[in-house]
Ligand binder design. Structure first.
Ligand SMILES: [Cu+2]
Length: 534
């Protein structure tokens, strides 16, 4: 095989691993991304770095301070010694716990070369501490510090991550959860135990991590899918449970682009909460579809002894053959013993609760559900300067567009497309403005309907997890079908070809971002700011 310049040299580009079912396109062998390769600590001996430790719980009270250091760490994944990043040398970063309505202080010191920030995802935070470089603060340069005051008005599971080159920094391990506890001891139903599941994937080959793009991200078309599945930063995750035990899982998807469909074997799964609080009504679900940056809280009862595989069970697509096929990856194994759980929460688990507080809260917005949209957005993509064989293949493949791209069906083409060639677009259908040229203005107290249409006729349509900073919203309908069980969200998936209506409560003044949470789409332009005046 022909090797281009830089290919195969240490720290240079290496071709992405290919699924044997996916043919190599003629004409693209030997091509490399148009950006330079980046690996953290290239040329360094990993043994000089401290070994990262699993995440530690940091229980904080109102006014408490936590120091977070952002640094290079040594990790061992799949038998490879790797140089990655960590918050306080941990993977994931510290699990911060704080009571609802507290304000905790987090002093962040940047000890990596790249500038960084921390964004407190989903938290209706004071705008000054939202962590968006160039909007709410200057990025924290190497060696510098920044102090965040994090006020937490909503109970639920949140998370924190950088807002600078997420495709690199978040992928390399910079993420952690922030669990905001309710003063109500009965906030969720009873469970024997709580488990945190941070879902992620990493792209590796037999030499370790595949380099990232230096000047701009690679994988700009579909995002950087990994081929190694991680739970809490680990492969081969194992747990044990007693017979009949009810485990409450807090799921967070921190992957660059992968949407997971999480199954818990044949165990019964009850979804109780999502991004910014509980559902109106608990529901039984066969599996949990979770897109990048979303959170779900599910209760699962394991009533049969044996080994249960928690899996990512997806409908994959082969664009070239126009075939969909089932694909299963094991995320974790749970060994369920014979000893019965005590106490036995079977009865409470079997009933689905209605959360009256949530129903009443949301009822205030119900008269607005059917109003005309205040703003209409369309998602699309533009490319320029991509190699001709890629453009031709992409144009052919739009025959087989899945609503959600659960797998990378074209790893080579995806890798070769960089943010210098691909522009993902949020377009205001009323003004024609795109991305940074969109300037919406609201006032605190406004309740705004935003209709988002994912244009299926674009060059390569893809699902987008759309995130709105600093506010909370309801997904009131999808394709005109009203959503019968609501929950406050900060991120929601917009499938290809679908129209999603959001009702956004503008409760928090400041300048806030709206963007796609696929890291490579964000860095390919798919973002804009809006202003909420006091
Ligand atoms: Cu996107």
């Amino acid at each position: 095989m022909h090797m281009g310049h830089g290919m195969g040299t240490p720290g240079g580009w290496r071709m992405v691993p290919m699924d044997p079912n996916m043919p190599m396109l003629p004409g693209i062998e030997g091509l490399m991304p148009v950006v330079s390769p980046f690996l953290p600590g290239a040329g360094m001996d990993p043994s000089m770095l401290p070994a990262a430790r699993p995440s530690e719980v940091v229980a904080m009270r109102d006014g408490d301070t936590l120091d977070i250091s952002v640094s290079m760490v040594r990790r061992t994944i799949d038998g490879h010694e790797l140089i990655m990043y960590g918050y306080n040398g941990q993977y994931p970063g510290p699990l911060i716990q704080a009571p609802k309505d507290a304000t905790v202080v987090v002093r962040v010191t940047n000890r990596i070369q790249m500038p960084t920030t921390i964004h407190w995802h989903g938290v209706r935070i004071d705008n000054r501490f939202d962590g968006v470089p160039g909007v709410t603060q200057e990025a924290i340069a190497s060696g510098e510090s920044f102090t965040y005051e994090v006020n937490v008005p909503d109970a639920g599971m949140f998370w924190y991550h950088p807002h600078v080159r997420e495709d690199v920094q978040q992928d390399l391990g910079l993420f952690g959860n922030l669990l905001v506890t309710s003063p109500d001891p009965d906030y969720y139903g009873p469970a024997n135990r709580e488990e945190i599941f941070v879902l992620d994937d990493l792209l590796m080959d037999d030499q370790g991590l595949l380099p990232w793009g230096d000047e701009a991200p690679t994988h700009a078309l579909m995002g950087r899918f990994g081929n190694v599945m991680l739970v809490n930063g680990r492969t081969g995750y194992r747990l044990s449970a007693k017979k009949g035990e009810v485990l409450r899982f807090f799921l967070t998807d921190v992957a660059n682009t992968r949407t997971f469909n999480v199954r818990f074997g044949d165990a019964k799964v009850k979804v109780v909460a999502s991004d910014v609080g509980r559902y109106e009504r608990e529901q039984w679900v066969p599996s949990v579809i979770i897109a990048p940056a979303e959170r779900y809280v599910v209760d699962v009862r394991f009533d049969e002894p044996g080994v249960v595989a928690i899996t990512n069970s997806i409908q994959a697509v082969n664009h070239f053959r126009g075939e969909f096929y089932a694909h299963v990856d094991t995320l974790a194994l749970i060994t369920v013993g014979d000893e019965p759980a005590a106490p036995d929460y079977r009865e409470a688990f079997e009933s689905l609760r209605t959360n009256d507080e949530v129903v009443e809260d949301i009822a205030r917005y119900r008269p607005l559900f059917d109003k005309e949209p205040d703003h209409r957005l369309e998602t699309t993509v533009r490319v320029s300067g991509l190699p001709v064989p890629i453009v031709q293949a992409m144009e052919m493949d739009t025959l087989y567009v899945p609503p959600v791209e659960f797998n990378d069906a074209m790893p080579m083409m995806n890798w070769l497309s960089t943010a210098e060639q691909v522009t993902w677009i949020l377009r205001d259908l009323d003004t024609g403005a795109e991305n940074g040229d969109i300037h919406w203005k609201f006032r605190v107290g406004d309740v705004v309907k935003i209709r988002i249409f994912n244009q299926p006729k674009s060059f390569h349509p893809m699902n987008h997890p759309i995130h709105i900073h600093g506010q909370r919203f309801l997904v009131v309908s999808i394709d005109g079908v009203p959503n019968r069980d609501l929950v406050w969200k900060d991120t929601t998936i917009v499938p290809v070809g679908s129209t999603v209506d959001l009702l956004v409560e503008m409760s928090n003044p400041g300048t806030w971002m709206t963007h796609c949470h696929i890291a490579e789409h964000l860095h390919s332009g798919m973002m804009f700011d809006f202003v909420v005046e006091p």
